[in-house]
Structures are given as C-alpha cells and as structure tokens.
Design a protein around this ligand. Structure first.
Ligand SMILES: [Zn+2]
Length: 132
C-alpha cells in the first residue's frame, strides 16, 4: 500500500531537511501541517505556498482579493484587445474605470486584513488628495 500518506511524510521530511520549520497551523485545504521556509514563505507539503488565514472573515477577504486580481487582469486583457482593435478612448476608459475600482477595493481589503498585532505603531498615511 503505497499510500499518499507516505508521500506526504516524505515531502515533509524533505522540507525539514531544507531547513523548514513545522508550524502549529495546518493547511486550510488539506489539513497537513504547514512549514515555514528559511525565506519566510509558508508552505503546505502538498499544495506548496499557502497563505494562512486567521478567521473565516479573513478567508473571505482573501477570496475577494483573488477575485479582484482576476478582474484587474481581465480588464488589462480587454484594454489590450480594444487597443489592438482600434477602439476609441471611451471603451478603453470604461475598462480603466473597472480596473481602477478593483485596485481601490483590493487596497481597502489589504488594509482590512492586516493583522491587528502589527498595529503597534499605526502608520496612517494621510490620504492627501491630488488636488486639481
Ligand atoms: Zn495542503
């Protein structure tokens, strides 16, 4: 019985040989123990690099971030297509707007999902308006 468990153990062993440290946290997908690599990355022996989420709320934020990233990528693709098809600035502007909004929301999400433990010295960047 060459189980996948053997495979997992072997992968974990290899990670530890490379200096990775086993963590208390487990992979949100498969439940395997996670490892921290010497370079700081958190990896699952099976899924590779993962992002640890502290709560369900945070998990949904991470998911939203992913959707927004896709949206930005899709907008960029659409703009590229419009440019090559000779479309006017109005059509392109519409996609630019979508892209800008997505980035804006992604920014907000990132600010939300920043662990509170790091807010020891809160650095609030003044949101200066680029006046015109
Ligand atoms: Zn996993």
């Amino acid at each position: 019985m060459a189980s996948s468990r053997d495979d997992l153990v072997r992968k974990m062993a290899r990670l530890m040989q490379s200096g990775a440290v086993m963590l208390e946290q487990t992979c949100p997908i498969c439940g395997s123990p996670l490892f921290r690599l010497p370079n700081g990355d958190i990896v699952c022996p099976i899924h590779g690099k993962v992002r640890i989420v502290g709560s369900e709320e945070e998990a949904s934020l991470v998911e939203a971030e992913g959707v927004l990233k896709e949206l930005v990528a899709y907008s960029a693709k659409s703009i590229k297509r419009l440019i090559s098809s000779g479309s006017g600035p109005e059509d392109i502007g519409r996609w630019l707007y979508v892209m800008e909004k997505a980035l804006e929301v992604a920014d907000k999400i990132k600010a939300e999902s920043t662990p509170a433990s790091q807010s020891g010295r809160a650095q609030r960047k003044p949101r200066g308006k680029a006046g015109s």
